[in-house]
Design a protein. Structure first.
Length: 281
């Protein structure tokens, strides 16, 4: 099982500190942002202590192929109402791919984008245009994992069909995979209590071989609420049993699974939640 969590990336140890944090949770993978997720400030990656982090990873059997990078929320390729915002996202995503490449990671999770009330069809066309421009200039083997979204507000990517349409129209479609977020998928209306049926539908529309990473989160909301509010494992509407089944599914044994659950009383819950999920029932 490849199981970890979101970890911080901060001075003075940066990536080395992220690896140490993950190990303190009993994790064998992790997810980071290369800078603040809500703004464009980025520190030169040469100071990230990448080599030291990789040495520590190797000592504990962690692999770079399982490390996940999350693109910042400020990227919105789907904004046709403000083309300059979409183009900013294109340029920032190009630079983010370079940073991921410098780190040596292979998976970049991206929220597809919001159509900002222009309509889903228009939003998806702008997302396609943006991704094609980004990938046209990038010759790395990094894959962009489009995240399954809850459908909050004007989000695109709340259905498997929408994600399939985007991928089908990307010229380098082999560079596009998916991040299956349990909270988002549940909030979008997919009943994870019958996980096999949901995965069968996913496979038919998107192909399960294209699931590059799972985000493992419970949900504060009943199914179909389209609100996207993460809850701690076993404390929400999805429930422990379903999430335990997902992380132990042998079809996804080598797919990284990342916890993004809320802090409890100011403390990360990941050590306890990882221990809970690792146990065989």
């Amino acid at each position: 099982m490849i199981l970890g969590s979101h970890c911080s990336l901060k001075a003075p140890h940066y990536f080395l500190g992220s690896v140490k944090e993950a190990l303190s949770y009993g994790a064998n993978t992790l997810m980071i942002y290369t800078g603040p997720p809500s703004n464009s400030k980025r520190k030169d990656i040469s100071s990230f202590k990448i080599a030291e982090g990789k040495v520590l990873m190797e000592a504990y059997g962690m692999k770079m192929e399982h490390i996940v990078i999350h693109a910042p929320y400020i990227i919105n390729l789907g904004n046709s109402k403000k083309p300059e915002t979409s183009q900013f996202g294109v340029e920032f995503l190009k630079e983010e791919l370079k940073r991921v490449n410098q780190l040596g990671a292979k998976i970049l999770v991206l929220h597809p984008g919001s159509h900002v009330q222009a309509g889903e069809a228009i939003g998806m066309e702008w997302i396609i245009r943006g991704l094609n421009e980004v990938l046209e200039e990038d010759d790395s083997d990094i894959k962009i994992a489009l995240e399954t979204m809850a459908g909050k507000g004007a989000e695109c990517g709340r259905t498997f069909e929408q994600l399939a349409y985007i991928r089908k129209n990307i010229k380098k479609s082999d560079r596009i995979g998916f991040c299956f977020d349990t909270c988002h998928t549940w909030d979008a209306g997919y009943d994870l209590s019958n996980f096999d049926a949901v995965i069968e539908e996913f496979d038919r529309i998107l192909g399960i071989e294209n699931i590059l990473v799972f985000h493992i989160n419970d949900s504060k909301n009943p199914i179909g609420a389209r609100k996207d509010r993460h809850e701690n494992i076993g404390k929400g509407y999805i429930g422990f049993d379903i999430l335990h089944q997902i992380v132990h599914d042998p079809r996804f044994e080598t797919v990284p699974k990342i916890l993004e659950t809320p802090y409890v009383d100011g403390n990360a819950p990941y050590k306890e939640e990882i221990e809970m999920l690792k146990k065989r029932l």
